[in-house]
Every structure is written in C-alpha cells, then in structure tokens.
Design a protein around this ligand. Structure first.
Ligand SMILES: [Zn+2]
Length: 279
C-alpha cells in the first residue's frame, strides 16, 4: 500500500489536495455560518439562505457549482455571495501548499486541520468579533496530541507553547483593559494564540506576535484611510455594535500562523542574521 502511494505521480497528489481542500472549504462555509448561531454543523444539509431550498450535491461542488449557477440559487435566483467560492478556493490552495511542503503524510493531515481551524476562525471573527471556544479548545488539545503523534519537537515544547501563548496574550489583554478602561483585545485572541503555540511550539510565538502586529497595524491604517468617510457599521442582530473603522485581531494571528507554518525556515534564518550580524 505504502509503495503504491509513493509511486503515484505528483499530479495525482495535486489533484487529491485540491479536491480534498475544496470539499473541506465547502464544509468550512457551513461552520462559519452555523457555529456563531449555535446550530449543528452536520444536520440539516445545506440549504439556500433566501428560500430554504435544499442544495443538491451537484450544486454543491466546490467553486465550480457557484460558477455554473452564475452565483445564483437554482430555485429562487437570489445572489449567493462570492465569499463562498472564495473560502473554498482559499482552503483548496492551502491544502495544495501543505501537500507541496509535507507530501502525503500525517503532517499534511495535522496541519490541514490546523489551517481549517484558522480559516474558520478568521471569517467568524470578521463577522462576529468572536472566536468560538468550540474551535480553540479542541484545537489546543489536537495540537498537543499531534506533537505526541509526530514528534518533530519535544511534546513539552508544544505544551509550553500553549501555556506561554495563552499567558503572554492574557497579560496584554488584562493590561490593555486596565490602561484603556475598555476591552482592547478579547480573550478569544488569547485562546487562539494558545492553540497556535500548541501546534507550532514555543519558537513560533515571537514570530506570530511580531508578524500579526506589523500586518495588523499596516492593514489597519489602510482600512481606516479607505473607510474614513463611511458611516459606522450598523449593529448586528444580537445588538453588538462593531467598533467604527476597526478590524478584529484574530485574522492577523491566523494569517501569521500560516505564514510561520510555510516560511519558518526563512524566518529563523532572518532572525539568526539579525542577531549575529549576518555572515
Ligand atoms: Zn434560493
């Protein structure tokens, strides 16, 4: 079996990774919509948000179905947001990139689950300003279990990663609340960084905090400039009013974790050069 798998041509694994990623991206769309509404992600099957019609399997093919339906529900012709195929495309691309980096291995599966959690958290945080515990808590556990199953670094490094990741950001969150007299950073971000530390180990944390802060500031300034003449966003269904002209921090932590996952070697080399003055 193993010999058969390794003898498969590379295009086979590209095809597997892209379709596997697309299908899970389709599931992430369900997670992103239903988890904040505290609905089950397994039943009922997908239906049109406008008319409630069940979506047939052939209209649920990732990315392609949206294209041949021209972004409209087959029954009621209501527009289907391009965000659905976009999330499927992102997940398929990340799956392909992970396959490229790790090959058809256990590491691919583990980091694909991690990436799916990050993608779901990103869009749920953008929608609701909340990072659900039902994703971060099992994520922290899975990061530790993964370190036991695939011992590249000692397990204790991943345990410490979760503890330090959670601890450092908890201090920042409490400090920001004390200094600003309001919530500067949510505890969802704290649990997210604990999950990242559990998967990527202690050495990732300084990079993830640095990369997310830099990208958060740069994109935050662009966001404020682009939206400076726009009225503040309307309150959401549950009465929550998003802060005017602001974006949540969870997407930046998630993006930085993915960047570290793919470019850790380069990042460590860069830090080595900065510290020792290069060669
Ligand atoms: Zn419809």
């Amino acid at each position: 079996m193993e010999r058969m798998l390794t003898e498969m041509p590379p295009w086979f694994w590209t095809f597997v990774a892209l379709s596997f990623g697309g299908v899970w991206g389709s599931f992430l769309n369900v997670v992103i919509f239903r988890v904040p509404r505290e609905k089950s992600v397994v039943s009922p099957p997908s239906s049109c948000p406008s008319c409630g019609a069940r979506i047939a399997w052939y209209d649920n093919v990732p990315v392609l179905a949206w294209l041949w339906l021209r972004g409209k529900c087959r029954k009621c012709k209501a527009a289907i947001s391009p965000r659905y195929p976009m999330i499927e495309l992102i997940t398929a691309f990340v799956s392909w990139a992970l396959m490229h980096r790790f090959g058809p291995t256990g590491a691919y599966v583990l980091y694909f689950v991690f990436a799916c959690a990050l993608i779901a958290i990103t869009f749920i945080d953008l929608d609701t300003w909340l990072i659900p515990d039902v994703i971060t808590y099992p994520g922290i556990a899975l990061g530790i279990i993964g370190a036991v199953a695939l011992p590249e670094q000692p397990v204790v490094d991943h345990l410490l990663g979760a503890a330090i990741g959670g601890g450092v950001l908890a201090i920042v969150a409490v400090g920001a609340k004390w200094a600003l007299k309001k919530d500067g950073m949510g505890f969802g971000d704290v649990k997210l960084l604990a999950m990242i530390g559990a998967f990527l180990g202690t050495r990732s944390l300084v990079f993830v905090v640095m990369l997310s802060s830099i990208q958060g500031v740069v994109l935050g300034i662009i966001w404020l400039t682009v939206n400076r003449n726009k009225p503040p966003p309307p309150p959401q269904a549950d009465g929550f009013v998003p802060p005017a002209g602001a974006i949540p921090f969870g997407p930046f932590l998630s993006l930085a974790a993915l960047e570290y996952l793919f470019f850790s070697d380069t990042l460590h080399a860069l830090l080595g050069h900065a510290r020792f003055g290069g060669d």
